[in-house]
Design a protein around this ligand. Structure first.
Ligand code: NAP
Length: 398
């Protein structure tokens, strides 16, 4: 299975574009057999015309004619939520890359696991919401969950390098030998901005990430540090470590992508330039490493690597996420959903930057968590949190 047959969900996004670059770079190891997006028919068609997957899916059924006209060959065309589930289970596919922003990737990810496909997970939201279910189903079906988020891919590489896999053929390391998982965070564009200036932050300023070029939702999350908060919970599920062993350190250069400290005090780190092709390739070729055209680090040009403690009081997202992760059950899903609503309202200029944290906290305070929820309970909590967050927005306006 050297040439992996991959379906990309979220093909028109930032991760989708990087995944297409990986496929161009290592065609002998990666073949794209399915591409899916939500509504961007032209971009989906352009990608499909180039890589010619056997199936394409556009969730938005009103754009299907646009897609059909823009395609210069005749793949199987799927649409709607049902189409997304179908393309996630293609018989021919080995792996499904879930790169859908928000919660839309959860059902197709679970369907792919049921169909026996390995998952490459960029969509951290699905592990935040339903990490317990996703990891359990993956274990039951003996499929691999390979992290694509650069930090988690880095941790995975450190665990692999240390041969800490717990005698099982999956990505879970051995928590016994891991003392701490240390997630690095660039700190976002406001790393050094005084809190007194936060109220005047505009979407344009928040969308200018200093080191990464990503979709709008994750870029705003990087500015509030909710992205790192979501990643703490993601790490907890992926690597089966308790929340109190997951820590965050600010590292503005985004060269060290994360670290694992072991019980003997040694720390392993993974380093590369900030380009999502690195983690995507490793997820696709794992356990192999193969040559590519990506630039290796030039240490003569790296003047410094800095590390510092996050400003927890000024960026409350980290404490909120720790609380949600430690509470567990439906709490992370509620935090995630309230954050999505708040971020979207900020991008629409309906709330100020600082109100994002306030809305999430208010919704979390109103929630009574359900322990070990099933999928319906998680989706119910997600919907409840969205409605509560909308109410917060209305009362903020009044
Ligand atoms: N970008 C990064 O560098 C990065 C790094 C680590 C993790 N991630 C994670 O990867 C995920 C994707 O991020 P991104 O930055 O690539 O986002 P993005 O650029 O906004 O792209 C989102 C993609 O998801 C598709 N999509 C949205 N809702 C959908 C739905 N309901 N059903 C099917 N497709 C849907 C979009 O299709 P349309 O274009 O048709 O709307 C688009 O292809 C997020 O969970 C993010 O946290 C991203």
């Amino acid at each position: 299975m050297n040439r992996k047959r991959v379906v990309i969900l979220g093909a028109t996004g930032s991760i989708g574009e990087s995944a297409l670059n990986v496929a161009r770079d290592i065609p002998e190891r990666m073949e794209i057999v399915g591409l899916a997006a939500k509504s961007n028919a032209q971009k989906l068609a352009a990608a499909a015309n180039e890589v010619r997957p056997e199936s394409v899916c556009l969730v938005d059924e009103t754009q299907i004619d646009v897609l059909r006209k823009a395609l210069d060959y005749q793949p199987r065309i799927l649409s709607g939520e049902a189409g997304l589930l179908e393309i996630a289970c293609l018989i021919d596919a080995h792996m499904v890359l879930v790169a859908i922003v928000g919660t839309g990737g959860l059902r197709p990810a679970l369907a792919a696991i049921k169909a026996g496909k390995d998952l490459a997970v960029a969509s951290k939201e699905i592990l935040v919401m339903a990490g317990e279910i996703v990891m359990r189903e993956a274990r039951d079906k003996s499929v691999h969950v390979l992290p694509v988020d650069s930090e988690h891919n880095a941790i995975f590489q450190c665990l692999e390098a240390a041969r800490l896999r717990a005698g099982r053929d999956d990505v879970v390391g051995s928590p016994r030998d891991v003392r701490r998982i240390i997630l690095t965070a660039s700190g976002g564009p406001f790393r050094e901005t005084p809190r007194t200036r936060f109220n005047s932050i505009t979407p344009e300023q928040a969308l200018k990430h200093p080191t990464w070029n990503m979709g709008p939702k994750i870029t705003i999350d990087s500015a509030t540090l909710f992205n790192k908060g979501l990643e703490m919970i993601e790490a907890h599920w992926l690597f089966a470590v308790e929340m109190d062993r997951v820590e965050v350190v600010i590292h503005p250069q985004s060269i060290v992508h994360s670290m694992v400290e072991f019980t003997d005090g040694s720390t392993l780190a993974q380093l590369s330039y900030s380009n999502m092709c690195f983690p995507i390739q490793y997820a696709v070729t794992w356990p192999d490493r193969v040559p590519n055209s990506l630039p290796p680090l030039d240490f003569s040009k790296l003047s410094k690597l800095e590390f510092s403690t996050p400003r927890y009081d000024d960026f409350p997202a980290l404490n909120l996420a720790r609380r949600a992760g430690e509470t567990g059950g439906t709490s992370p899903a509620v935090m995630n959903a309230a954050n999505e609503v708040a971020v979207s309202a900020f991008l629409d200029r309906k709330v100020r930057f600082t109100e994002i944290w306030g809305i999430v906290e208010q919704v979390m305070n109103q929630h009574t968590p359900v322990a070990h929820p099933d999928l319906d309970a998680i989706l119910g909590a997600d919907q409840w949190a969205r409605a509560q967050a909308q109410e917060c927005l209305q009362s903020a306006k009044a």
